[in-house]
Write a protein that binds this ligand. Structure first.
Ligand code: BG6
Length: 501
């Protein structure tokens, strides 16, 4: 791999300590880092190199206590600047020159913006003023964390602004769901096997359901979340990326350009949900206080940083269609929420029932008993459900499952998403990063829903007790008799305090 420096803006912040430094350390221990490599932390806080090493590495609570290797600490450097003062970027430039000289890093830099979104446009401009985007003296890459825009317009403006200083092929937009092993494995499951793909279309698939449930509430992020909500926070990015992996056409090759072009096509095929039909296709909810195992869990409006009359959704369920040859009229259902009973992300592909019911008495059981359940997290794996004859007289049919767990693989640990994403940007592989055009198209899909929720006061916001699977009315979103969401476990509370807010 090329020699290089990873420059982390916002290096004294939470993400660096929680995710970036631990991911880099694991890469170091696995000997995946380039021979000539350094990390330059940049932030406002006044640290020396030594103090920075101590803070983010030696005393990092997310790294455990034992056996921290000094060799890694020596790769870490720090430069304090006022990120809003262009003149200060000269210090960064000088520091990088020094590092290049001492560590032979060849002028190849990744600028990782782990900073508030208001700085996303400023830092690239200042870097450019100091020639730090100049590709002549080594390659330059820019990594942007989410949120990428607030709606379609702001995402477009942000793209435009970044592209003034960096070319699209230098810009890496993080969506950490794409770094998840199981999300990548969706492509392998579909395109490396001969048995699934022939069935993966409107002729055999009845509907597809994707759930991303979280049992935690908003915690200390109330201030951010109250201006975001579940649709912006999870659906526009993570869940639509998962949808793309589930539904896109096979790419011609497994490289960034082909895969990302197929995803764009898929996003362009999403049937728009017009503002006037939002109530029919989207359910929004917000958790309310409940008692779980004798302990009271606060409602969303009681959380720190949240407006007492907030109408921000902490739950969203959507039904939509993909208007293309493969998926015409197959409903897709996606939902996500905070304070649901468990943490689980999974995809369920429901196959159609056989065309002729031979075992008539077992009709109910035969109703869509073929399901492929892809567990993204936790307990990563794949479960295939099908009907089997119960031994003995007659033809009694029972639903059984073939279940693969990643944990059954010996010597295979599922790496943390950030490790994979960091190594990819170091190699210059953008496959698992979101491309500017598809981010805008994804916003285009969610924008009318956001507008309708903001402007049409009559659209209902359902309260659901913390520890339940969200508003009961979300079950009605799913077409068909006796079909509802697959809930991986039951509610944690008996509270039936579902009310309109
Ligand atoms: C983040 C959201 O992007 O993803 C959080 O901002 C959410 O609100 C998190 O909790 C979920 O990620 P994961 O990897 O825990 O499923």
């Amino acid at each position: 791999m090329d020699p290089q420096v990873l420059v982390i803006f916002g290096a004294s912040g939470d993400l660096a300590q929680r995710k970036l430094i631990p991911a880099l350390y694991h890469l170091y221990k696995g000997q995946f880092l380039p021979e000539h490599f350094a990390v330059l932390g940049v932030s406002r806080t006044d640290y020396s190199d030594e103090a920075f090493r101590k803070e983010v590495f030696l005393e990092n609570p997310h790294l455990g206590d034992s056996g921290k290797e000094e060799g890694f600490a020596r790769m870490l450097f720090y430069q304090s600047i006022d990120t809003l003062d262009s003149a200060d970027y000269e210090k960064v430039r000088k520091r990088l020159e020094e590092i290049d000289e001492n560590r032979k890093t060849g002028g190849n830099y990744i600028f990782y913006l782990s900073v508030p979104p208001s700085l996303y446009t400023k830092i690239p401009a200042f870097l450019s003023e100091h020639g730090l985007n100049d590709k002549e003296k080594g390659w330059k890459r820019l990594v942007i964390e989410k949120p990428f825009g607030y709606d379609r317009n702001s995402a477009g403006e942000l793209n435009h602004s970044l592209q003034q200083y960096f070319h699209e092929d230098q810009i890496y937009r993080i969506d950490h769901y794409l770094g998840k092993e199981t999300v990548q494995n969706l492509l392998v499951t579909r395109f490396a096997n001969g048995i699934f793909e022939p069935l993966w279309n409107r002729n055999y698939v009845h509907h597809i359901e994707i759930t991303a449930a979280e049992n935690i509430g908003v915690g200390k992020r109330g201030g951010y979340y109250d201006h975001s909500g579940a649709l912006r926070d999870m659906v526009q990015n993570h869940l639509l990326q998962v949808v793309a992996h589930v539904a896109m056409e096979p790419p011609t090759t497994a490289d960034a350009a082909s895969i990302r072009s197929e995803k764009l096509k898929l996003f362009q095929s999403l049937r728009p949900i017009g503002e006037s039909e939002v109530e029919k296709f989207a359910i929004r909810g917000q958790y309310i206080g409940a008692s779980i195992d004798g302990q009271r869990v606060p409602g969303y409006r009681e959380e720190e940083g949240v407006d007492k009359n907030s109408t921000t959704e902490t739950y969203v369920a959507l039904k939509f269609f993909i208007d293309n040859w493969r998926w015409a009229d197959v409903p897709f259902y996606i939902r996500t929420g905070k304070r649901l009973p468990t943490k689980a992300t999974e995809i369920v592909v429901y196959f159609k029932s056989p065309p002729h019911h031979l075992f008539r008495s077992e009709l109910d059981l035969m109703n869509m008993n073929n399901q492929l359940i892809i567990r993204v997290q936790p307990d990563e794996g794949i479960l295939l459900k099908f009907g089997m004859k119960v031994p003995g007289a007659g033809f009694k049919v029972k639903n059984v499952g073939m279940d693969f767990h990643y944990s059954d693989l010996t010597n295979a640990t599922v790496p943390e998403a950030y490790q994979r994403l960091i190594i990819d940007v170091m190699k210059g592989d953008a496959t698992l990063y979101a491309r500017g055009d598809s981010v805008e198209v994804a916003w285009k899909f969610v924008d009318p829903i956001l507008h309708a929720w903001k402007n049409q006061e009559n659209i209902k916001l359902y309260g659901y007790p913390a520890g339940t699977w969200g508003p009961e009315v979300a079950n009605k979103l799913i077409d068909g008799d006796n079909v509802s969401w697959r809930n991986p476990c039951s509610n944690l509370t008996d509270s039936s305090d579902y009310r309109l807010l």
